[in-house]
Design a protein around this ligand. Structure first.
Ligand SMILES: C[S@@+](CC[C@H](N)C(=O)[O-])C[C@H]1O[C@@H](n2cnc3c(N)ncnc32)[C@H](O)[C@@H]1O
Length: 261
């Protein structure tokens, strides 16, 4: 198979054809407990987890974005079961992050509005790349800063410079819907697109330029598009031909935008 391509295939079969330890970063989102209808799919979670471990390089990362289903007022805890299974096949659970939806669509009459999904960050050993995204601090300049309390119990203050930025925390908030998730209208022919910025932020954080970024259930191709726009190579597949065609169209406009063809 060629890199910088997207294929119509069941991802388990696809990964079986891939070389061992060939992927630097996977950013993906599986179907959530039959929450949506994706043109009829076969979802073999255990084998997906095993194959992801096999194809991930040492120090590589898998970002698994997953929401939860509520059935008869009972939250189905599939995301946690999946995280435990990833750990059992050999991945470290490097972080459990939150994707907060700014304009959340899911109100509940007898509970607080459901505003987030999980972003599990699994790593094969210690992550080999981490480029932390920084955000501006509220205050900058010089200020009297408190030092550690000394043996006499007195608090001392010294003049120190406040840092102008700090590492972002692990709750990431994005607008969703047209203009938030993406401005590619065609992407919304897919029922569950995640925000381009979410994919981009993980790609920047856990990979380097020219690394190979994979999405085994790529849907409308968001991860692949953002990998290309950020100077990474990509590889994608989805079981649905209809979704692969959407991904191909989105990628084609990226190539046009960046004058790569
Ligand atoms: C949540 S969607 C992914 C959406 C994607 N992140 C995006 O931004 O468009 C999950 C996708 O998994 C695909 N899928 C389900 N089972 C699959 C399988 N066994 N192999 C490959 N793709 C599969 C579905 O067709 C669907 O497009």
């Amino acid at each position: 198979m060629k890199i910088n391509e997207v294929y119509t295939m069941n991802c388990v079969e696809f990964m079986k054809e891939m070389d061992e330890e060939s992927i630097d970063l996977t950013v993906t989102s599986p179907p959530y407990d039959n929450l949506r209808n994706y043109n009829g799919y076969k979802f073999d979670f255990d084998n997906i987890a095993h194959q992801l471990f096999r194809v991930t390089k040492k120090g590589g990362v898998v970002v698994w974005v997953v929401g939860k289903k509520i059935e008869n007022s009972n939250i189905i805890l599939t995301p946690f079961k999946q995280a435990l299974f990833f750990q059992s096949v050999g991945f470290n659970v490097h972080d459990v992050m939150i994707f907060k939806k700014r304009n959340t669509p899911f109100m509940r009459s007898n509970a607080y509005t459901n505003a987030f999904e999980f972003m599990f960050v699994f790593s094969k050993g210690k992550p080999k790349t981490f480029n932390p995204i920084k955000v501006p601090t509220v205050r900058t300049g010089f200020e009297m800063l408190v030092t550690n309390r000394k043996a006499d119990g007195k608090i001392k203050k010294v003049l120190g410079e406040l840092k102008s930025e700090k590492v972002r925390d692990n709750i990431w908030e994005y607008a969703v819907g047209l203009g938030g998730t993406t401005s590619d209208k065609i992407a919304f022919k897919h029922p569950a697109v995640f925000p381009e910025k979410l994919a981009e932020d993980h790609i920047i954080s856990w990979s380097k330029p020219n690394d190979l970024v994979f999405d085994p259930m790529c849907g409308s191709g968001t991860t692949l598009k953002m990998a290309k726009l950020n100077g990474r190579n990509f590889l994608g597949c989805d079981i649905s031909e209809e979704y692969v065609n959407i991904a191909k169209k989105r990628l084609k406009s990226v190539y046009k935008q960046t004058k790569l063809i």
